[in-house]
Write a protein that binds this ligand. Structure first.
Ligand SMILES: [Zn+2]
Length: 279
Protein backbone atom coordinates (compact mmCIF):
# COMPACT_ATOMS: atom_id res chain seq x y z
CA UNK A 1 0.00 0.00 0.00
CA UNK A 2 1.28 3.47 -0.82
CA UNK A 3 2.20 5.83 1.98
CA UNK A 4 3.75 9.29 2.14
CA UNK A 5 7.23 7.87 2.65
CA UNK A 6 7.41 5.55 -0.34
CA UNK A 7 5.66 8.05 -2.63
CA UNK A 8 8.24 10.62 -1.54
CA UNK A 9 11.01 8.07 -2.12
CA UNK A 10 9.82 7.67 -5.69
CA UNK A 11 9.55 11.46 -6.07
CA UNK A 12 13.15 11.87 -4.99
CA UNK A 13 14.46 9.36 -7.52
CA UNK A 14 16.10 11.37 -10.27
CA UNK A 15 14.69 9.22 -13.07
CA UNK A 16 11.08 9.04 -11.87
CA UNK A 17 8.50 10.57 -14.20
CA UNK A 18 7.44 14.07 -13.17
CA UNK A 19 5.51 14.92 -16.31
CA UNK A 20 2.03 16.37 -15.94
CA UNK A 21 -0.66 13.85 -16.88
CA UNK A 22 -4.27 14.14 -17.93
CA UNK A 23 -7.08 11.90 -19.20
CA UNK A 24 -10.25 12.35 -21.17
CA UNK A 25 -13.05 10.13 -22.36
CA UNK A 26 -12.09 10.69 -25.95
CA UNK A 27 -8.29 10.39 -25.76
CA UNK A 28 -8.44 6.81 -24.52
CA UNK A 29 -5.07 6.54 -22.84
CA UNK A 30 -3.31 8.80 -20.34
CA UNK A 31 -1.81 11.86 -22.00
CA UNK A 32 1.21 13.91 -21.03
CA UNK A 33 0.64 17.65 -20.52
CA UNK A 34 3.39 19.53 -22.28
CA UNK A 35 5.12 22.12 -20.16
CA UNK A 36 3.79 21.05 -16.77
CA UNK A 37 5.89 19.26 -14.18
CA UNK A 38 4.92 17.59 -10.94
CA UNK A 39 6.45 19.20 -7.87
CA UNK A 40 6.13 18.74 -4.12
CA UNK A 41 6.42 21.83 -2.01
CA UNK A 42 5.02 23.23 1.20
CA UNK A 43 2.89 26.22 2.00
CA UNK A 44 2.64 27.22 5.64
CA UNK A 45 4.22 23.89 6.58
CA UNK A 46 1.53 21.90 4.72
CA UNK A 47 3.09 19.66 2.07
CA UNK A 48 1.37 19.58 -1.28
CA UNK A 49 1.76 18.11 -4.73
CA UNK A 50 0.96 20.32 -7.72
CA UNK A 51 1.89 20.98 -11.33
CA UNK A 52 4.25 23.84 -12.23
CA UNK A 53 4.05 25.40 -15.67
CA UNK A 54 6.88 26.91 -17.69
CA UNK A 55 6.29 30.39 -16.27
CA UNK A 56 6.63 29.10 -12.73
CA UNK A 57 2.94 29.22 -11.79
CA UNK A 58 1.55 26.24 -9.92
CA UNK A 59 -1.77 24.51 -10.63
CA UNK A 60 -3.93 21.95 -8.89
CA UNK A 61 -2.45 22.13 -5.41
CA UNK A 62 -3.50 19.02 -3.46
CA UNK A 63 -2.36 18.40 0.14
CA UNK A 64 -0.10 15.38 0.42
CA UNK A 65 -2.38 13.65 2.93
CA UNK A 66 -5.30 13.77 0.46
CA UNK A 67 -3.07 12.43 -2.31
CA UNK A 68 -2.01 9.51 -0.11
CA UNK A 69 -5.54 8.77 1.15
CA UNK A 70 -7.00 8.66 -2.35
CA UNK A 71 -4.04 6.72 -3.75
CA UNK A 72 -4.55 4.13 -1.01
CA UNK A 73 -8.28 3.84 -1.81
CA UNK A 74 -7.58 3.47 -5.52
CA UNK A 75 -5.16 0.63 -4.87
CA UNK A 76 -7.53 -1.02 -2.39
CA UNK A 77 -10.15 -1.32 -5.13
CA UNK A 78 -7.72 -2.89 -7.61
CA UNK A 79 -8.39 -6.51 -8.54
CA UNK A 80 -5.22 -8.04 -10.04
CA UNK A 81 -7.04 -10.84 -11.87
CA UNK A 82 -10.32 -9.15 -12.59
CA UNK A 83 -12.44 -12.31 -12.67
CA UNK A 84 -11.45 -12.80 -9.00
CA UNK A 85 -13.73 -9.90 -8.13
CA UNK A 86 -16.38 -12.62 -7.75
CA UNK A 87 -14.59 -13.55 -4.51
CA UNK A 88 -14.83 -10.03 -3.10
CA UNK A 89 -17.45 -10.01 -0.29
CA UNK A 90 -18.47 -6.39 -0.80
CA UNK A 91 -18.83 -6.82 -4.56
CA UNK A 92 -20.89 -9.99 -4.00
CA UNK A 93 -23.25 -8.08 -1.75
CA UNK A 94 -23.50 -5.03 -4.01
CA UNK A 95 -24.32 -7.13 -7.07
CA UNK A 96 -26.86 -9.30 -5.23
CA UNK A 97 -25.11 -12.68 -5.16
CA UNK A 98 -27.55 -15.07 -3.48
CA UNK A 99 -28.81 -18.68 -3.52
CA UNK A 100 -31.75 -18.84 -5.93
CA UNK A 101 -33.71 -21.75 -7.41
CA UNK A 102 -32.49 -23.06 -10.76
CA UNK A 103 -34.28 -25.65 -12.88
CA UNK A 104 -32.56 -28.41 -14.84
CA UNK A 105 -33.82 -30.97 -17.31
CA UNK A 106 -32.34 -34.41 -16.71
CA UNK A 107 -31.34 -37.16 -19.16
CA UNK A 108 -34.86 -38.57 -19.09
CA UNK A 109 -36.19 -35.24 -20.26
CA UNK A 110 -37.83 -34.39 -16.97
CA UNK A 111 -37.65 -31.05 -15.26
CA UNK A 112 -35.87 -31.66 -12.00
CA UNK A 113 -36.94 -30.17 -8.76
CA UNK A 114 -35.35 -26.72 -8.59
CA UNK A 115 -32.30 -26.42 -6.43
CA UNK A 116 -30.86 -23.38 -4.76
CA UNK A 117 -27.49 -22.49 -6.22
CA UNK A 118 -25.36 -19.37 -5.86
CA UNK A 119 -26.37 -16.91 -8.54
CA UNK A 120 -25.95 -13.36 -9.77
CA UNK A 121 -28.37 -11.30 -11.85
CA UNK A 122 -26.75 -9.87 -14.99
CA UNK A 123 -26.11 -6.18 -14.28
CA UNK A 124 -27.63 -5.19 -17.62
CA UNK A 125 -30.59 -7.44 -18.45
CA UNK A 126 -31.23 -8.96 -15.01
CA UNK A 127 -31.28 -12.62 -16.02
CA UNK A 128 -30.28 -14.80 -13.09
CA UNK A 129 -27.45 -17.24 -13.78
CA UNK A 130 -25.37 -19.59 -11.61
CA UNK A 131 -22.24 -17.73 -10.62
CA UNK A 132 -20.06 -20.05 -12.69
CA UNK A 133 -21.86 -18.82 -15.81
CA UNK A 134 -21.73 -15.14 -14.93
CA UNK A 135 -18.94 -13.21 -16.61
CA UNK A 136 -17.16 -10.15 -15.26
CA UNK A 137 -17.58 -7.16 -17.54
CA UNK A 138 -15.46 -4.03 -17.65
CA UNK A 139 -18.06 -1.29 -17.77
CA UNK A 140 -15.47 0.98 -19.35
CA UNK A 141 -13.40 -1.07 -21.80
CA UNK A 142 -9.80 -2.13 -21.30
CA UNK A 143 -8.95 -0.91 -24.77
CA UNK A 144 -9.88 2.68 -23.92
CA UNK A 145 -9.03 3.34 -20.27
CA UNK A 146 -9.84 7.07 -20.38
CA UNK A 147 -13.45 6.80 -19.16
CA UNK A 148 -12.47 4.33 -16.40
CA UNK A 149 -9.72 6.69 -15.23
CA UNK A 150 -12.14 9.62 -15.07
CA UNK A 151 -14.70 7.55 -13.23
CA UNK A 152 -12.07 6.42 -10.72
CA UNK A 153 -10.98 10.01 -10.13
CA UNK A 154 -14.56 11.13 -9.57
CA UNK A 155 -15.16 8.28 -7.15
CA UNK A 156 -12.01 8.95 -5.17
CA UNK A 157 -12.56 12.69 -4.72
CA UNK A 158 -15.30 14.84 -6.16
CA UNK A 159 -12.78 17.60 -6.86
CA UNK A 160 -10.62 15.37 -9.07
CA UNK A 161 -13.28 15.06 -11.78
CA UNK A 162 -16.66 16.69 -12.02
CA UNK A 163 -19.96 15.61 -13.46
CA UNK A 164 -23.58 16.61 -13.38
CA UNK A 165 -24.68 13.22 -12.10
CA UNK A 166 -24.00 11.52 -8.80
CA UNK A 167 -23.68 7.76 -9.11
CA UNK A 168 -24.89 5.59 -6.29
CA UNK A 169 -21.81 3.43 -6.57
CA UNK A 170 -19.50 6.39 -6.10
CA UNK A 171 -21.02 7.18 -2.73
CA UNK A 172 -20.71 3.63 -1.44
CA UNK A 173 -17.27 2.57 -2.67
CA UNK A 174 -15.93 2.51 0.87
CA UNK A 175 -18.91 0.42 1.98
CA UNK A 176 -18.26 -2.08 -0.80
CA UNK A 177 -14.60 -2.32 0.19
CA UNK A 178 -15.57 -2.98 3.79
CA UNK A 179 -18.64 -5.10 2.96
CA UNK A 180 -20.90 -3.09 5.20
CA UNK A 181 -23.99 -0.93 4.76
CA UNK A 182 -24.18 -1.63 1.02
CA UNK A 183 -27.14 -0.61 -1.08
CA UNK A 184 -27.66 -3.32 -3.74
CA UNK A 185 -26.80 -2.16 -7.26
CA UNK A 186 -29.83 -3.44 -9.11
CA UNK A 187 -29.91 -4.40 -12.80
CA UNK A 188 -31.60 -2.22 -15.35
CA UNK A 189 -33.70 -5.26 -16.13
CA UNK A 190 -36.28 -6.12 -18.77
CA UNK A 191 -39.86 -7.29 -18.64
CA UNK A 192 -39.88 -10.85 -19.93
CA UNK A 193 -41.37 -10.07 -23.33
CA UNK A 194 -39.09 -7.13 -23.83
CA UNK A 195 -36.12 -9.13 -22.70
CA UNK A 196 -36.51 -11.40 -25.69
CA UNK A 197 -36.77 -8.53 -28.17
CA UNK A 198 -33.95 -6.73 -26.37
CA UNK A 199 -31.83 -9.82 -26.69
CA UNK A 200 -32.49 -9.89 -30.41
CA UNK A 201 -31.60 -6.20 -30.65
CA UNK A 202 -28.29 -6.78 -28.97
CA UNK A 203 -27.44 -9.82 -31.05
CA UNK A 204 -28.09 -7.64 -34.08
CA UNK A 205 -25.90 -4.93 -32.61
CA UNK A 206 -23.10 -7.46 -32.32
CA UNK A 207 -23.45 -8.21 -35.99
CA UNK A 208 -23.43 -4.54 -36.95
CA UNK A 209 -19.96 -3.08 -37.00
CA UNK A 210 -21.08 0.53 -36.74
CA UNK A 211 -24.09 0.83 -34.49
CA UNK A 212 -24.91 4.58 -34.62
CA UNK A 213 -26.99 4.47 -31.44
CA UNK A 214 -24.19 2.81 -29.50
CA UNK A 215 -21.82 5.51 -30.68
CA UNK A 216 -24.09 8.31 -29.50
CA UNK A 217 -24.51 6.74 -26.09
CA UNK A 218 -20.81 6.03 -25.78
CA UNK A 219 -20.13 9.69 -26.51
CA UNK A 220 -22.58 10.73 -23.79
CA UNK A 221 -20.78 8.51 -21.29
CA UNK A 222 -17.41 9.89 -22.29
CA UNK A 223 -18.61 13.40 -21.59
CA UNK A 224 -19.93 12.53 -18.16
CA UNK A 225 -16.77 13.33 -16.22
CA UNK A 226 -14.23 16.07 -16.77
CA UNK A 227 -10.86 16.11 -15.09
CA UNK A 228 -9.88 19.12 -12.97
CA UNK A 229 -6.41 20.50 -12.26
CA UNK A 230 -6.54 18.66 -8.93
CA UNK A 231 -7.24 15.43 -10.80
CA UNK A 232 -4.30 16.10 -13.10
CA UNK A 233 -2.01 16.47 -10.11
CA UNK A 234 -3.29 13.18 -8.67
CA UNK A 235 -2.85 11.38 -12.00
CA UNK A 236 0.67 12.76 -12.30
CA UNK A 237 1.49 11.31 -8.87
CA UNK A 238 -0.03 7.96 -9.96
CA UNK A 239 2.13 7.83 -13.10
CA UNK A 240 5.21 8.83 -11.12
CA UNK A 241 4.49 6.08 -8.58
CA UNK A 242 3.08 3.26 -10.74
CA UNK A 243 3.99 4.18 -14.34
CA UNK A 244 1.49 4.79 -17.12
CA UNK A 245 0.38 1.25 -17.99
CA UNK A 246 -0.09 0.17 -14.39
CA UNK A 247 -2.03 3.33 -13.53
CA UNK A 248 -4.41 2.56 -16.39
CA UNK A 249 -4.71 -1.09 -15.35
CA UNK A 250 -5.47 -0.17 -11.73
CA UNK A 251 -8.34 2.08 -12.86
CA UNK A 252 -9.76 -0.40 -15.38
CA UNK A 253 -9.48 -3.52 -13.17
CA UNK A 254 -11.08 -1.78 -10.24
CA UNK A 255 -14.09 -2.67 -8.10
CA UNK A 256 -15.88 0.37 -9.42
CA UNK A 257 -15.47 -0.67 -13.06
CA UNK A 258 -16.41 -4.37 -12.84
CA UNK A 259 -19.96 -5.72 -13.05
CA UNK A 260 -21.53 -9.19 -13.39
CA UNK A 261 -22.93 -9.81 -16.88
CA UNK A 262 -24.38 -12.61 -18.94
CA UNK A 263 -22.44 -13.60 -22.05
CA UNK A 264 -24.74 -11.72 -24.42
CA UNK A 265 -24.62 -8.44 -22.51
CA UNK A 266 -20.90 -8.75 -21.85
CA UNK A 267 -20.10 -9.17 -25.51
CA UNK A 268 -22.61 -6.73 -26.91
CA UNK A 269 -21.13 -3.64 -28.52
CA UNK A 270 -24.48 -1.91 -28.09
CA UNK A 271 -24.91 -2.64 -24.40
CA UNK A 272 -24.49 1.00 -23.50
CA UNK A 273 -27.37 1.84 -25.81
CA UNK A 274 -29.84 -0.96 -25.29
CA UNK A 275 -29.28 -1.90 -21.66
CA UNK A 276 -27.72 1.16 -20.13
CA UNK A 277 -27.19 0.28 -16.50
CA UNK A 278 -27.97 2.78 -13.80
CA UNK A 279 -25.57 3.28 -10.95
ZN1 LIG B 1 -27.51 -9.85 -19.64
Amino acid sequence: MPNAQNVLLRYNMSHSSKSGQTASGTAGRLTRINGKTLIRHHTNSIWEYCLRDQTGNVHGRVPEDIIITTLTRLEAGYINTYSNVKNHPGWQTAYMRAPRPVNLVNAAGNLTQSQNVWTYPCHYCGIVLPEQLIEVDHRQPKSRPGPAILKSLHTLHNQYAGSGAHGRKATQLDNIMQNGNIQPITPKGWSWGNWQSGLATRVNALATANDPLAHINAQAKQDRYRITEYGETFLSVCVMYYGQSRTEKICVNNLINLVPACGICNGASGKGASAHAHQ
